[in-house]
Design a protein around this ligand. Structure first.
Ligand code: PBG
Length: 353
């Protein structure tokens, strides 16, 4: 029997020697990465990712007043009247933006510890949803499910013995989701981070004949300081004060935990999942898309918007370019879509308008 020669794999590999010619395949100067970057047409030809208007969701703030009021920490963003929200939705539809997300700034007199206004079928969110659904039926409308805009303490759930309780909160969230669906909301978006709420809301919607209403779960939502300007916009910040949401939102240190959250929400019936905030969490977006292959969204939150627009306003960066670059980065990370306060501005640029 012929002896099988033992092969040392290390020796098999061709090692470059001092005499090896410089012109080796795959190396400079034969390979010049800059060739494909010379011309605009060439750069477009080899682009791996593109941002489209179809990728954008535009968050809007509504309040119970007739005039728009600017949000100081978010340049060019205002709390709108219902008519203002309808007008914005019309503009969004004309630009081809698929979805607007409606967030309420509630009259402080209507806030209480139980967040009762959240389940009032005639609250400002439901009014705005009905108005958009009838005036702009071709656009998707999305609503948050969480109690923080409605509570006098600014938390997303009910408080018992100084703790945001889970199961009792989930029961209220189901009612909140139901009245939003009844108002015409097509995407219910729980942002509260209670356990089990996706399954409970899915059951509640199904039992009430809303089996086609979609759920986009804020699955991996971190306890982030980047939500500051949003809390100004909806007016929950001053009620929350120095308190934080660390007993329900995720620790920014964690990534595997986000995968468990995503897996649970998918199992409970989420149609789409979200990672939030966006830019500091693109590694999470990448993992979610890679590991689950489900419709994956990222929220470029208020603080990210404030950083970019604030710096642009001072002339410290080119606002349009950082906007487009930041939005493209979400696509590169694997996001199917982005919630962004830049949606209309970016759509105009993409449309060349
Ligand atoms: C409510 C909610 C928040 C955001 C979206 N829904 C704030 C929070 O959880 O405190 C943040 C959005 C943004 O910062 O743009 N639960």
């Amino acid at each position: 029997m012929a002896e099988i020669a033992k092969v040392d794999p290390a020796k098999q590999r061709q090692k470059p020697t001092a005499e090896a010619p410089a012109r080796t395949h795959g190396q400079y100067p034969r390979t010049r990465m800059r060739r494909n970057r010379q011309d605009d047409w060439n750069r477009r030809l080899v682009a791996e990712n593109t941002l489209s208007v179809d990728d954008l969701i535009w968050p809007l703030f509504v309040h119970d007043r007739d005039e728009a009021v600017a949000v100081p920490s978010m340049p060019d963003v205002s709390r709108l009247s219902i008519a203002g929200v309808v007008e914005a939705a019309q503009q969004a539809a004309e630009l081809g933006i698929p979805v607007v997300a409606v967030f309420p700034a509630i009259d402080p007199d209507l806030k209480n510890a139980e967040g009762d206004e959240a389940t009032n079928p005639n609250n400002i969110v439901c009014q705005a949803v009905r108005a958009v659904a009838s005036a702009v039926p071709e656009i998707g409308v999305m609503c948050d499910v969480a109690l923080d805009p409605f509570t006098s303490h600014g938390h997303d759930g009910l408080i018992r013995n100084d703790y945001v309780v889970n199961d009792e909160t989930v029961a209220v969230l189901c009612q909140q989701a139901l009245i939003q669906a009844q108002a015409g909301c097509q995407i219910i978006s729980p942002s509260d981070m209670m356990d089990g709420r996706i399954g409970a809301i899915r059951d509640c919607l199904d039992e009430n004949g809303f089996e086609d209403v979609r759920i986009m779960a804020y699955s991996a939502k971190y306890a982030s300081a980047f939500y500051g300007p949003f809390r100004d916009a909806v007016g929950s910040g001053k009620y929350l004060g120095k308190a934080d949401k660390k007993t329900y939102q995720m620790n920014p240190a964690n990534s595997d935990e986000a995968m468990r959250e995503i897996a649970l929400d998918i199992a409970e019936g989420a149609d789409m999942v979200m990672v939030k905030p966006g830019m500091p969490y693109l590694d999470i977006v990448r993992r979610v898309k890679q590991e689950f292959g489900v419709p994956t969204f990222a929220y470029q939150v208020s603080g990210e918007y404030a950083m970019l627009s604030g710096a642009a306003e001072r002339g410290w960066m080119d606002g349009e370019r950082v906007m487009m670059e930041s939005l493209l980065s979400f696509k590169r990370a694997g996001a199917d879509g982005i919630l962004t306060y830049f949606a209309a501005k970016a759509a105009k640029l993409l449309r060349g308008a």
